[in-house]
Design a protein around this ligand. Structure first.
Ligand SMILES: Nc1ncnc2c1ncn2[C@@H]1O[C@H](COP(=O)(O)OP(=O)(O)OP(=O)(O)O)[C@@H](O)[C@H]1O
Length: 378
């Protein structure tokens, strides 16, 4: 079906149409495009407003939440009258008034491992405006599985970052994705959310408009998308940096969605539950006495290569897929660099019914200090 524009649309988009590099072709590509914006909060608001205004033909909006008073400081899609109403629904009403020439699909639901592939498959480009690691890994993995471009942004207090993941080059080879940049999530509680750490209201406006700009570049093919690069903006210092991101040969192929709450160790209590620990000296004794136990390193393969104390390598992100590798007939000792990641894995395994688990206190660092000084450089 060939895309045409009414007189009113031509008038509306006239300032785009007179840009030589953009012109009617760029506008046509926008009108043809289906973009899914996940999260209609701080980032999602400017992304949606600008994409709707620019004339993206079909916008999908995913959000499970309702508008809260504390959202109004930055979530510029919403007004006082909207408090208590579903964000995705309100967003559509607001955007439809801004641009009646485009279509919307409202997904008033949380994106989960159960529905993500089904929702995402119908769109050309995805913009992730969510605020938690579990959803970011979920969006990433679903985009990798479905060969979709994922335009990513995140914000914290005065700082933001933007990148374009899984972008195909002219030969169709996909660029790096979120897992190449962040192989494993930070320990739960280490990176506070906006509600815990706060965020300047203007920040999502600045970062979200850059995200929208990348979406437009990806759709129209104009310019050089932020693929293979991570843009960082410290608004207090007014300093920007652009880091190169490469494909990580150790990133495991993404073939299926997993339990992302488990993977990220979220759903945790404020005070993490204590875990059974073993010191480096005790572990050494177990080894010297040839005691029967399973030793598992939950770090990334590249960390294992730098220094390890033996055992099997099952990176934190792959534990869930390899539960059958974990022995139930003898004690299991889990280790990582400092003991935090392995403690999270241990807690998660307990919720899956595993028992007789020990965490190496202080991890490889403690082993290096007490048992093997050769490793001290690690
Ligand atoms: N899995 C998910 N599915 C759908 N929407 C999500 C998901 N995870 C997060 N979101 C949405 O992403 C948006 C992120 O917006 P923002 O970062 O401004 O945080 P918030 O949750 O609205 O505010 P606060 O953290 O201050 O309570 C929220 O509207 C949230 O509901």
């Amino acid at each position: 079906m060939s895309i045409t524009f009414s007189k009113a649309e031509l008038e509306r988009y006239s300032r785009h149409l007179i840009i030589p590099e953009f012109n009617i072709e760029g506008q046509r590509k926008l009108k043809e495009a289906k973009v899914l914006v996940i999260g209609s909060g701080g980032l999602g608001s400017p992304v949606l407003l600008y994409l709707a205004a620019a004339g993206v033909g079909h916008l999908g909006i995913v959000d499970f939440d309702v508008v809260d008073d504390s959202n109004l400081q930055r979530q510029v899609l919403f007004t006082v009258e909207d408090v208590g109403r579903p964000k995705a629904e309100v967003a559509k009403e607001r955007l439809q008034k801004l641009n009646p020439y485009i279509e919307f699909t409202v997904h008033d639901t949380a994106l989960t491992s159960e529905n993500a592939l089904d929702i995402i498959k119908d769109y050309d480009v995805i913009a992730d405006g969510t605020d938690n690691f579990a959803t970011r890994y979920l969006v990433n993995d679903a985009c990798v599985i479905l060969d979709k471009v994922n335009v990513y942004a995140s914000i914290f207090r005065f700082e933001g970052q933007v990148s374009v993941f899984n972008y195909p080059d002219q030969d169709g080879v996909r660029g790096p994705h979120y897992r190449d940049l962040f192989p494993s999530p930070p320990p739960p509680g280490m990176v506070p959310s906006c509600s815990e750490g706060g965020v300047m209201g203007v920040l999502p406006g600045m970062i979200g408009t850059m995200q929208a700009n990348e979406v437009i570049k990806v759709i129209t093919g104009i310019g050089k998308p932020l693929s293979g690069r991570l843009f960082l903006f410290d608004t207090l210092a007014f300093e920007t940096r652009t880091m190169k991101i490469r494909k990580n040969p150790n990133t495991a192929p993404v073939t299926a969605l997993i339990d992302y709450e488990f993977f990220c160790g979220s759903g945790h209590e404020d005070q993490p539950e204590a875990v059974a620990e073993i010191t480096a000296q005790e572990l050494k004794e177990w080894m010297d006495n040839e005691r029967q136990f399973q030793l598992i390193d939950v770090r990334e393969p590249y960390e294992y290569e730098i220094a390890n104390i033996g055992g099997e390598l099952i990176p934190q992100g792959q534990i869930e897929a390899q539960l059958d590798q974990i022995r139930q007939d003898k004690p299991v000792v889990l280790y990582c660099r400092s003991g935090n990641r392995s403690a999270d894995v241990l807690r998660s395994l307990k919720t899956k019914g595993f028992d007789n688990l020990y965490n190496l206190k202080g991890g490889v660092l403690s082993w290096a200090e007490h048992i093997d000084p050769e490793m001290a450089k690690y």
